[in-house]
Design a protein around this ligand. Structure first.
Ligand code: ATP
Ligand code: MG
Length: 365
């Protein structure tokens, strides 16, 4: 992405209210040229509403929207340089694959040869050349999705909007199509905004992810940033699993800060300072894969707990252990199953869990 730093889509303080309900609340967001950006969040958090405002199908109650430097707030959907692929794909059942792809182009008064050349190029792009004469009901789910994608890209939009693009596909096909869609979108170079409630899908496909909750964007970052440095309890819990310790600040230092925690016999230490006064309550998150489990007590003074193995989920590549602490708190630990015959720890075993100060993330909201 050579021009990744130049903005394609600028959303400025956009809100959408439906009567009393605030579906999207004061969202500002910049999406760069050539980026694949995912809006990620639970059901009803306002993802589709925000995407529809980008497309022009929904009018904002407040705020403005620029595409490639031009204010499109008052421009109707069909005149915006965007294309939205709907969840159901909405292919025309009575038209062939080729006719579906050509549909939008014919309205543009191109010559027959120009339309044909563009249809051919699009079908080649999505590997559907051999299916040009079929009708949508003669295609598999994945093939139908590729046709919908070809149709969306045929008019060479500046921005491609995808609402739950994988929703109609089964799990296996979904992960295959995720990678294929990224390849196609990147080869065309179109800027893409996609909506999903599936964190794995967002992390697999997007360069950056915006985590939405109750109409607001909680955090924007690369997949690794939002996973490793979540800024809120909501983001930490929504993206992957996490253990959250409720602590009280004992000491704030430049190198490290210490907390006390009712669930721990020792102190909890985090790297660097924290943005709170001594005595304040703070939540600290630790991902299950950052924790080491052992039969013997670790040498480190801080950042360990002792407990009993309460539950084990064997998932093939890794296992998830649930450790019950004397306080009753359950701590999750994941271990990678490298050795088939490894002597595993089992139910009711007493274990120590420990982690480094660098693995702990302070949550401020
Ligand atoms: N046309 C409408 N009239 C009234 N309320 C609406 C309308 N469209 C959406 N809403 C409400 O706005 C909120 C956000 O809806 P939206 O469709 O944007 O959610 P979403 O994040 O896309 O959810 P999902 O993952 O379930 O598709 C919901 O509470 C929804 O009921
Ligand atoms: Mg939706």
């Amino acid at each position: 992405m050579s021009d990744a730093a130049s903005p394609m889509l600028e959303i400025r303080h956009i809100s959408k209210r439906f009567g009393e309900l605030s579906a999207v609340n004061n969202v500002s967001l910049t999406i760069n040229k050539g980026e694949i950006f995912a809006l990620l969040g639970g059901s009803g958090c306002g993802k589709t509403t925000l995407l529809r405002m980008m497309s022009g199908f929904e009018t904002p109650s407040e705020g403005s929207l620029l595409i490639d430097g031009e204010d499109v707030s008052k421009v109707p959907p069909y005149q915006r340089p965007v294309n939205m692929m709907f969840q159901s794909y909405a292919l025309f059942p009575h038209l062939t694959v080729a006719q579906n792809v050509a549909f939008g182009l014919k309205q543009d008064k191109l010559s027959k040869a120009q339309v044909q050349a563009q249809v051919d190029a699009m079908l080649k792009l999505v590997h559907m050349t051999d299916y040009a004469k079929r009708k949508p009901n003669q295609l598999s789910g994945g093939q139908r999705q590729r046709v919908a994608l070809a149709r969306s890209l045929a008019k060479q939009p500046k921005v491609l909007l995808l609402d739950e693009p994988m929703a109609a596909l089964d799990k296996k096909l979904r992960s295959q199509m995720q990678l294929e869609l990224v390849d196609i979108v990147e080869s065309v170079g179109v800027t893409c905004v996609m909506v999903t409630h599936d964190q794995e899908e967002a992390m697999t496909m997007a360069n950056r992810v915006g985590v939405m909750h109750e109409g607001e964007i909680m955090q924007v970052g690369s997949p690794s940033e939002i996973y490793e440095f979540p800024n809120s309890r909501h983001t930490a819990e929504f993206i992957g699993s996490v253990n959250i310790f409720s602590t009280k600040v004992l000491h704030v230092g430049a190198e490290a800060s210490q907390m006390s925690c009712a669930d721990m016999a020792c102190r909890l230490t985090v790297e660097g300072g924290v943005n709170a006064l001594e005595g304040a309550q703070l939540e600290v998150a630790i991902r299950p894969e950052k924790i080491t489990m052992a039969r013997t007590r670790p040498e480190q003074e801080d950042n360990w707990v002792q407990g009993k193995i309460h539950d084990i989920a064997y998932l093939g590549g890794h296992s998830v252990y649930h450790i019950k602490l004397p306080s009753g708190m359950i701590v999750m630990v994941t271990t990678t199953n490298i050795n088939r015959h490894a002597q595993r720890l089992t139910w009711e075993d007493d274990v120590y869990l420990y982690w480094s100060a660098a693995s702990a993330v302070v949550l401020y909201q």
